[in-house]
Design a protein around this ligand. Structure first.
Ligand code: HAM
Length: 427
């Protein structure tokens, strides 16, 4: 059926029936952010390529294979943001937000990764992200986890997600582990698949994340990073666990959780679901105490997460909970004839002024009463306001109840606001 130019594979339109759910989620997300005192930041969709290469790490899948990079007309290499953290750090540094200050920020918007599209994995997807700067305490790691849990409760999926946590330690601790890990992997080179052999020197930690069944036994016995953490890092992790338990939030310590981006240190976490097949991570993040310094700023502890909005909405749909959005019109205005329609438009405007929250749909088109009533019914409006020849002559409006068995009412136009007010209390 569809002809003409199509959208790019993996980049989706969000149609009117869907956008209502997006708005619903976004409103809840903003509400939760306000409750925790976080402020919104908006940064560009494109950045200099170098920002992501340096921030995310050269040996990561995102930088190696997935970036939408191109040269602009001046020959500068530009990249559509594959994630928000590097951009957020850049913006915060550029505008002095990190200078002797602490920041609790959030953002919402599209990200771009050239991945193989499938259910829950797209080339343009949307993240709701938070980034907190200037706090080294595990209390903040806990706070953003609480905040995400709260969000999951508000949208009704909390019972279907599991929190996985791990600590990646500091860079020094990771280096010590890395040396031991490379030695171990070298000894087991025969078991490694092609991808892992390639990663062996560049990013051995990622090999532990492999799903290849033939490598699982070898991965199980690999040196664990947790054994290389210093007392300080262990204490930080313990504090996080204590805080989560104190708030009654259950979690799984998952030593194999390593994340796909290079900037993490200490805490990493992911909220996973078993309802979406292989695209199980709904929300993921952690601490990245070294990134600001790596970009040339003063040492600034930081922690954050990104939540995949498509995946969350997909989960809500899978659970059969994608219903009951309050976006249907309250009132549908019906009229026949030019003068009647003029009157109906004026009345609709008067009602909108009198009741700012009221959703009123004006038919504003030709059509028999019958076809207009059909549309009114389909719109799920509660009331229809009708102006025909008779009503025009008598300066009245007929109010019909579309969702209940109730006698229609004939109301003088000048008394309509009072009448609607009374009816709204009843329906
Ligand atoms: P990430 O794990 O790459 O982390 O992405 C976060 C979330 O975005 C994932 O858990 C998933 O829900 C969603 N997501 C990622 N790729 C796709 C895709 N291709 N299609 C649909 N959804 C996707 C980050 O991006 C970090 N910036 C998170 C962070 C913030 N860490 C610290 N602060």
């Amino acid at each position: 059926m569809a002809k003409g130019i199509q959208a790019i594979r993996g980049m989706n339109d969000i149609l009117p029936t869907e956008s209502a759910y997006w708005q619903w989620f976004e409103a809840i997300a903003r509400d939760v952010m306000a409750a925790y005192g976080y402020q919104e930041i908006r940064f560009p969709i494109a950045e200099k390529t170098e920002l992501f290469v340096r921030g995310i790490g050269e040996a990561t899948d995102v930088v190696e294979k997935e970036m939408y990079s191109f040269e602009d007309k001046s020959g500068e290499s530009v990249t559509l943001r594959p994630e928000g953290t590097a951009s957020c750090v850049r913006a915060a540094m550029q505008h002095g937000l990190l200078h002797n200050q602490q920041q609790k920020l959030y953002y919402l918007g599209p990200m771009f990764r050239y991945e193989r599209p499938q259910k829950g994995r797209y080339r343009q997807f949307h993240q709701f992200g938070v980034e907190v700067f200037g706090y080294h305490q595990a209390e903040l790691d806990a706070e953003i986890i609480f905040l995400s849990a709260n969000l999951f409760k508000r949208v009704g999926v909390f019972d279907h997600v599991t929190l996985h946590i791990n600590s990646l330690g500091t860079i020094e601790e990771r280096l010590a582990h890395r040396t031991a890990l490379i030695a171990y992997l070298q000894d087991n080179k025969a078991v490694l698949d092609e991808d892992s052999v390639r990663r062996l020197e560049k990013n051995p930690l990622r090999i532990l994340d492999s799903k290849n069944p033939a490598m699982q036994e070898m991965i199980e016995s690999a040196p664990s990073l947790l054994d290389y953490l210093t007392e300080e890092s262990l204490a930080h992790f313990e504090r996080l666990k204590t805080l989560l338990s104190a708030a009654g939030l259950s979690y799984r310590v998952n030593p194999r959780l390593v994340r796909g981006l290079d900037y993490y240190s200490r805490t990493v976490f992911e909220w996973m679901t078993d309802r979406l097949g292989s695209q199980a991570a709904i929300c993921a993040g952690g601490r990245y105490d070294g990134l600001v310094e790596q970009f040339g700023g003063k040492t600034t502890p930081a922690v954050g997460f990104g939540l995949g909005i498509e995946r969350l909405l997909l989960l809500i749909e899978t659970l059969g909970q994608k219903t009951g959005l309050e976006n249907q019109p309250h009132i549908y205005c019906i009229a026949t004839g030019a003068e009647e329609t003029t009157q109906a438009v004026v009345i609709a405007e008067q009602l909108r002024r009198a009741f700012p929250g009221l959703r009123i749909l004006s038919h504003c088109d030709v059509g028999s009463f019958k076809s207009q009533f059909k549309k009114a019914d389909k719109s799920m409006a509660k009331l229809a306001l009708v102006i025909g020849e008779d009503e025009l002559a008598k300066e009245t409006v007929t109010i019909k109840f579309l969702r209940e068995q109730r006698e229609q009412i004939s109301c003088a136009q000048r008394e309509l606001v009072t009448m609607i007010e009374t009816i709204l209390k009843e329906v």
